[in-house]
Design a protein around this ligand. Structure first.
Ligand code: HEM
Length: 218
């Protein structure tokens, strides 16, 4: 077994893979949110931004393939770790079950699949347009605003983005642990950093459907 295979088959190797792919996906989520916030600057600005992204041409497809690869590795490693965890603990602990670790793991295992379903729906909805009732290719502002005028679609987006925030919170928290940044002195800071990022991203994303529903963005 070579070093790469050995590392991948170990529990810590899978955790490192989850952490590294998680950081890349986190970077995408932050960048995507900053791009989407240009909705507040008007149609011209948002559509020009979307145009610029499309003009990346083949590079855009390389980025898309890289992101899809990261999602795949992140999901496969998560499922493998979950199965390994279950197999090594057929009888659940009765006395010692750290509530924080247990809660984090449970939240990740249901928020993860829901976020994945949201992304598939979202791609069909705002990128391909086949799930949108009035899709105009190239007019991203129109596509987003007409989407969020429908209260239940706006509600679904808000729910998915709140779940994403919870997922990011636990993801960041576990990431610090994976990299060994879990010294008691750093414990509080670690929690507040994870909460801070999760709240900023959750608030930024949820504000968009809310702003359309409230008529702030028309
Ligand atoms: C309220 C929140 C969100 C809004 C308003 C939004 C809006 C959009 C829009 C308008 C597009 C199409 C862009 C274009 O065609 O140029 C898009 C694409 C995309 N979004 Fe979102 N998005 C949101 C949240 C998310 C979240 C939370 C994720 C992932 C966790 C996500 C992942 C993606 C992906 C992967 C694409 C495809 C990018 C591409 O390959 O071109 N989005 N989004």
């Amino acid at each position: 077994m070579n070093l790469t295979q050995g590392l991948y088959s170990s529990t810590i190797g899978k955790k490192i893979l989850m952490a590294v792919t998680g950081i890349i996906l986190f970077g995408f989520v932050v960048g995507h949110m900053l791009g989407n916030l240009q909705l507040y600057l008007g149609a011209e600005q948002l559509n020009a931004y979307a145009d610029k992204l499309q003009s990346l041409g083949p590079l855009l497809w390389v980025i898309r393939a890289g992101l899809a690869f990261c999602v795949g590795v992140h999901v496969v490693a998560a499922v493998q770790l979950w199965l390994r965890n279950r197999a090594s603990r057929p009888v659940r602990y009765r006395l010692f079950r750290p509530p924080e670790v247990d809660y984090a793991a449970r939240t990740m295992m249901w928020s993860g699949p829901i976020i994945l379903l949201f992304i598939l729906y979202h791609l069909g909805h705002l990128t391909v347009g086949c799930l949108h009732h009035d899709f105009i290719r190239g007019d991203v502002y129109h596509n987003v605003v007409t989407t969020f005028r429908i209260w239940w679609v706006a509600g679904f987006y808000m729910l998915a983005n709140l779940l994403l925030a919870v997922h990011l919170y636990h993801g960041l928290w576990s990431l610090f642990q994976t990299f060994g940044w879990d010294h008691p002195l750093f414990g509080r800071a670690r929690r507040w950093i994870a909460i801070g990022f999760a709240v900023l991203i959750g608030a930024g994303n949820v504000s968009l459907p809310l702003a359309v529903l409230a008529g702030v963005v028309r």
